[in-house]
Design a protein around this ligand. Structure first.
Ligand code: PLP
Length: 441
């Protein structure tokens, strides 16, 4: 068939199949991707008009809901005014205003914003700022510590900090050494950190953590007291604490940042995903003035030689400003309502056959299914396929299904997500099984 004679959906799928390489996708046997033409609130609409409930905020980015007019209008206005400008030697209102606004919302002590494009680059920047700040002071430290089951992104530095596994294993010889601390959801992180500081404290530049929930590692929630303990020990040893809030930031765990739940003030904090409300790519790394000062010098070699072509893109910054404005009392109420609605659903699943554990923090609810652990487990894939057939987008992490919805999601929509899960637990499956659905492996 000639492309002119095809339906819009057929044309998309033809060109996609011929020329597109999708992320986290095994093209050998991946099911056909779903062509999406429009989104609104918590819903995606496929080209055939089919509504799909976006229960994972489109890979954890959508905060208020899809296509919020306040954000799309800010984007249109900014795009017509100033689309892009080099950010070395130049500045603009959206970037300056956003930096000031973020500093106003961030844990106290974080006063400098370095912009980049995504979560991985926000992490790379944090790692490099920490390491170079020690070098610039003439007291080089080169060791970074990170948690077991951590995920910090897919670029090399971020991969090095992340846990080793199927995502990273073929690059392993190329990744720099990282001291690994036990996952606080299952081990004694603080004892291990004490031992590490005793043994190698003078080498240790930074400890990087995903505060209070290890996201991609399986939505493993962990205790505020451990985060406070890590902060106390790193502060005493002159070691930086890097909070990777790429997933937890912008209300996901309740308050704007997860660090606030523990009243912890990190030295560096990474933001991306929800920064623009989930509409445009933007990353930002917040640093203390002490770290910034380590780079101020008459010696030009102490400069932070790092930047991206689209650093502080004005349109993305305008979207982020519009998104920040939407974190009002209504949004707070929505997040509390979502927390309560999910808690109720999760309670009902405790002890149900097929459920190994349930976990929750703020607006995120997770259900660990009783299936062989490990990333390539099929139960998550089967659940994703069934859910998609039933009009719900979820994307289990191995056997861990989770609901991480936009904040506009209603209690009825939450019930719809958990109803699908309930039916799956009772034995319902997609027909045929192989139509597939998204899963992270
Ligand atoms: C998603 C994620 C990243 C990586 O962000 P990208 O924008 O996908 O590069 C880093 N850290 C955490 C905690 C994340 O969840």
């Amino acid at each position: 068939m000639h492309p002119d004679d095809m339906t819009a959906a057929e044309r998309v799928l033809l060109h996609d199949a011929a020329h597109v390489w999708h992320p986290y996708t095994q093209h050998h046997d991946a099911p056909l991707p779903v062509p999406v033409v429009r989104a609104s609130g918590s819903w995606l609409y496929a080209v055939d008009g089919r509504p799909i409930l976006d229960a994972i905020s489109s890979w954890w980015v959508t905060t208020h809901g899809h296509c919020r007019p306040e954000i799309t209008e800010a984007i249109a206005t900014q795009a017509a005014q100033l689309d892009q400008v080099i950010f070395a030697g130049f500045t603009h209102e959206p970037a300056a205003q956003l930096a000031a606004a973020l500093v106003g919302h961030l844990p106290r002590g974080l006063s400098r914003i370095f912009y980049s494009d995504n979560g991985s680059t926000a992490v790379e920047v944090a790692l490099k700022l920490s390491l170079q700040s020690f070098a610039n002071r003439g007291t080089p430290r080169r060791l970074v510590a990170a948690l077991e089951h951590a995920y910090h992104g897919d670029t090399f530095g971020a991969m090095a900090a992340g846990a080793r596994g199927v995502f990273t294993h073929m690059y392993e010889p190329l990744l720099f050494e990282v001291a690994r601390l036990p996952d606080p959801s299952e081990g004694d992180t603080l004892a291990a950190l004490d031992a590490l500081i005793d043994a190698r404290g003078a080498e240790l530049a930074a400890v990087i953590v995903e505060p209070l929930v290890l996201g991609a590692g399986g939505m493993r929630t962990w205790d505020e007291s451990v985060l406070r303990g890590i902060r106390a020990r790193t502060a005493a040893a002159g070691v930086h604490l890097i909070a990777d809030e790429v997933m937890t930031g912008f209300g996901r765990t309740g308050p704007l940042f997860a660090c606030e739940r523990a009243e912890v003030r990190p030295d560096l904090l990474c933001m991306s995903k929800g920064l623009t409300g989930g509409v445009l790519p933007l990353g930002a790394t917040a640093a203390t003035e002490a770290i910034f000062d380590a780079f101020r010098s008459g010696d030009r070699t102490k400069t932070f030689f790092h930047g991206h072509s689209y650093t502080a893109n004005p349109i993305a910054c305008a979207a982020a400003l519009a998104s920040l404005d939407l974190f009002d009392e209504q949004s707070e109420d929505d997040r509390i309502r979502l927390e309560v609605a999910q808690a109720r659903q999760l309670d009902a699943l405790r002890g149900v056959p097929g459920v190994r554990a349930v976990r929750q923090i703020g607006t995120m609810g997770a259900v660990e299914l009783a299936a062989p652990a490990g990333y390539l487990s099929d139960v998550g894939r089967e659940l994703a396929a069934y859910a998609l057939q039933e009009g719900v987008l979820i994307r289990p992490l191995g056997p861990v299904a989770y609901c991480l919805p936009p904040y506009c999601t209603t209690d009825e929509e939450i019930a719809q997500v958990y109803d699908v899960l309930q039916r799956f637990l009772e034995g319902a499956r997609a027909t045929p099984l192989t139509t597939g659905g998204p899963i992270d492996d």
